[in-house]
Ligand binder design. Structure first.
Ligand code: PMP
Length: 369
């Protein structure tokens, strides 16, 4: 039994003390479409690498900075052999984002973004001593490039397709910010595989751009925690130093490497299921519109549905064994979110039989909630 005779909480850094634990609704449900993962599962080649894993010995440390995986990632994104371009990996892209802020943000430097966006960004910002600055999105769910640039922040964060809104930023906005921001520009492409557009090429043309991506979504490896950033060698080397060694464990690296392999059960599997997710996304959006809901145009593997009924619908769905993400307190400077009183649902897209279960429960929820 530990006797409580001192204020240990008071000993913590103020930025940490002020933070609650990340606690989304994780009620176990038969159908969980709440966190945008690959609902078809994991590429067979990655599963084989995990079960066989002949070259991974748990008694040994993994590679220091995931050199084999970095090379494979560069080939995957089509930038292999492009001089001056590098990759930094991490324990999920969360880790890459966190390390990037630690690497570039001095105490009280600003990180600017258009809200709503990925919820961890202001949290990592504060934890790293930075000041998060949230700007309004435009009515078309784009960011205002001039406002972002005018802030002259140490780091500008763009997320496209954006979580939670599912919408993509315009090419003009991203290119303008990449070319004109005063500091580092992070382009978070966690959902790139579901989008018709990527900005990966900016990582090879702008020295201060870092494009981050993940194996948690299209690649079906969320549980293994692997992410990466692509950028100039100057940027990725600084992030790698702040990140530290041994962040991608040996099994995760083996699985990610296998998933990047040629062949129908590796990259072919990933591409096929990403294409299916896009088809099912459009079909689900039509079904939702037929029920009077209005999902935003999505470029990701999930739908964002502003509605004042979101909290009640999410509860009614959960009672029926379907977990979706209910978002509240969204910025109400956007007309759509003012009309929804700052509430929205976020629903991940997957196999059609799963979507049918969601729709059946939704019909009941709409009738009662
Ligand atoms: N960026 C965005 C936009 C996300 O939605 C997520 C996961 N929800 C991440 C980064 C982090 O993903 P991971 O750490 O699993 O790579």
């Amino acid at each position: 039994m530990i006797t409580v005779d001192c204020d240990t909480e008071g000993l913590a850094r103020a930025a940490v003390s002020a933070l609650p634990l990340y606690a989304p609704d994780v009620t176990p449900c038969a159908v969980d479409v709440s966190d945008n993962i690959n609902l078809w599962g994991t590429p067979p080649a990655a599963l084989r690498a995990l079960s066989g894993a002949p070259s991974t010995h748990p008694s040994r440390y993994p590679s220091l900075y995931s050199t084999p995986l970095r090379d494979a990632v560069l080939r995957y994104v089509g930038l292999s052999g492009v001089s001056g371009v590098g990759v930094v990996t991490g324990c999920g892209s969360d880790d890459v984002l966190d390390a990037t802020m630690r690497a570039f943000g001095n105490a009280r430097d600003e990180i600017v973004f258009a809200a709503p966006t990925f919820a961890m960004i202001p949290i990592f910002g504060r934890l790293n001593g930075m000041v998060p600055v949230s700007l309004a999105m435009t009515e078309g769910f784009d960011a205002d490039p001039q406002q972002l640039v005018d802030r002259r922040a140490r780091i500008t964060y763009l997320c496209t397709p954006n979580n939670p809104t599912s919408t993509a930023l315009s090419r003009e906005t991203v290119e303008y910010v990449a070319a004109n921001a005063a500091g580092l520009v992070i382009i978070d492409e966690a959902y790139a595989e579901f989008s018709p557009h990527t900005f990966i090429e900016l990582a090879s043309t702008h020295e201060r751009v870092l494009v981050t991506r993940t194996f948690s979504k299209a690649f079906g490896l969320a549980g293994l925690r692997v992410g990466y950033g692509v950028g100039s060698e100057a940027v990725v080397n600084v992030v790698a130093r702040a990140r530290g060694p041994f962040k991608v464990n040996a099994l995760a690296e083996a699985a990610a490497l296998a998933a990047l392999g040629e062949g129908p059960d590796a990259l072919g599997w990933v591409a096929r299921h990403a294409a299916l997710a896009v088809r099912h996304r459009e079909r689900l959006a039509a079904e939702l519109r037929a029920r009077g809901l209005e999902p935003m145009p999505s470029a990701a593997n999930f739908l964002f549905i502003p509605t004042p009924r979101a909290p009640a619908l999410a509860r009614a769905l959960r009672d029926r064994g379907v977990l979706v993400r209910a978002l509240s307190g969204l910025p109400r400077d956007l007309a759509v979110l003012e009309a929804s009183e700052g509430h929205a649902l976020r629903i991940g897209v997957g196999p059609w039989d799963v979507m049918e279960t969601v729709l059946r429960s939704l019909d009941e929820a709409l009738a009662c909630a």
